[in-house]
Design a protein around this ligand. Structure first.
Ligand code: SAM
Length: 342
């Protein structure tokens, strides 16, 4: 493999000084200056030589440089903050003399259809090996949970980037969120996010980066998590339907999960329907939600679906509304805040 040799460029630290790029808090800007660390992140992505890579939030370009050193065929970067334009444009013009095709997109990653940024030349069927297409990013904390939920949803539908096959991702999260994503049954951090991530992908915590490695230093450490979409998801249910039951199951950590599931049903039939749900799913009602495997949760979702078909009036039952709590988006879209609460 030939490594791309960029002409000598100022260090990321110098670039930030030169362009007077003070970090913007609203964009969760915490920059990585340490080349050994950006190289380590890129190494954990996989074999990116001759592949297509999408980088989210390149900022001053530390990870971008490490990616370019590995000679991908195509690199697409999506950056919301226009202040990085001169640096990234310069990088692109240097790279244009090489074989790497670099595309800069100055936009919000949340509004980009990741299907269109990749060439279909590397497309694989879902059941084939993973395509030579990768997504990587030192994500802004402010959008990391919303983005992974959006992308898990896209994976479940094999849409966006995942219309090219089982595209792998390597992304950063606050350490606590990273631990939730990979938390196993019985684990302290086991929550809805763990179940959603593990139902459609195999998430792996690659390593932790101490907060002190970033400029400015965030209050928390950071976890690098890789995700490989599963050939066969651990449920056949629709993402939003599965998420709804999951959300109820994890609504109260300390209560028995049958109590939590009860909130799916109107008060007057709560006891009877939740008992039936647990009987149908063959789940011991005396356990707590963090003790449930994905397969057990899937059985509970199937049981709830059966009850919805038998009693269609319960589908629209809204526990929060019944509690007079204003909630605009219960079933149609997912509240990110909910994911961060449990
Ligand atoms: N990759 C750089 C590094 O590791 O030093 C910067 C990482 S910094 C944590 C997050 C980057 O994402 C910033 O450059 C920020 O401007 C950018 N960003 C924030 N929100 C974004 C969004 N919605 N879409 C695209 N980029 C975003």
């Amino acid at each position: 493999m030939v490594s791309l040799r960029l002409p000598p460029t100022p260090t990321i630290r110098d670039i930030i000084k030169l362009y007077r790029l003070s970090a913007i808090k609203q964009l969760s800007q915490n920059f990585l200056m340490n080349e050994a660390l950006t190289d380590k992140i890129v190494k954990s992505v996989g074999k990116i030589y001759n592949s297509q890579v999408l980088e989210v939030g390149p900022g001053p370009g530390g990870i971008t440089r490490s990616i370019l050193k590995k000679n991908p065929k195509k690199l697409i970067v999506v950056e919301k903050d226009q202040r990085f334009r001169p640096i990234l444009d310069l990088m692109e013009s240097i790279v244009s003399a090489s074989d790497v095709d670099m595309t800069l997109i100055y936009n919000d990653i949340m509004s980009i259809n990741t299907k269109d940024v990749f060439s279909f030349k590397d497309k694989k069927e879902w059941n084939d090996e993973c395509p030579n297409i990768f997504i990587v990013g030192n994500l802004p904390f402010s959008i990391s949970t919303a983005l992974i939920i959006k992308w898990l949803h896209a994976i479940s539908k094999q849409k966006e980037a995942w219309s090219h096959g089982r595209v792998r991702m390597t992304l950063t999260f606050q350490k606590e969120v990273a631990e939730r994503l990979v938390a196993d049954v019985m684990g302290n951090q086991r929550c809805r996010l763990s179940v959603m991530a593990q139902t459609w992908t195999l998430p792996k915590l690659q390593f932790i980066i101490p907060g002190s490695a970033f400029v400015p230093k965030p209050d928390v450490d950071v976890g690098v998590v890789s995700f490989v979409p599963l050939k066969t998801p651990r449920t056949n249910h629709d993402f939003l339907f599965f998420e709804k039951v999951n959300r109820h199951l994890f609504s109260f950590r300390q209560k028995y999960c049958i109590k939590c599931a009860g909130t799916l049903f109107p008060m007057d039939r709560r006891k009877q329907l939740s008992t039936t749900m647990f009987k149908l799913a063959k789940i011991n009602p005396g356990i707590r939600s963090f003790q449930l495997t994905v397969e057990e949760i899937n059985r509970l979702v199937s049981a709830y679906k059966y009850l919805c078909e038998k009693h269609p009036e319960i589908v629209s039952y809204d526990y929060r509304a019944s509690k007079k709590i204003v909630s605009k988006k219960l079933t149609k879209s997912i509240s990110v805040q909910d994911f961060t609460e449990n």
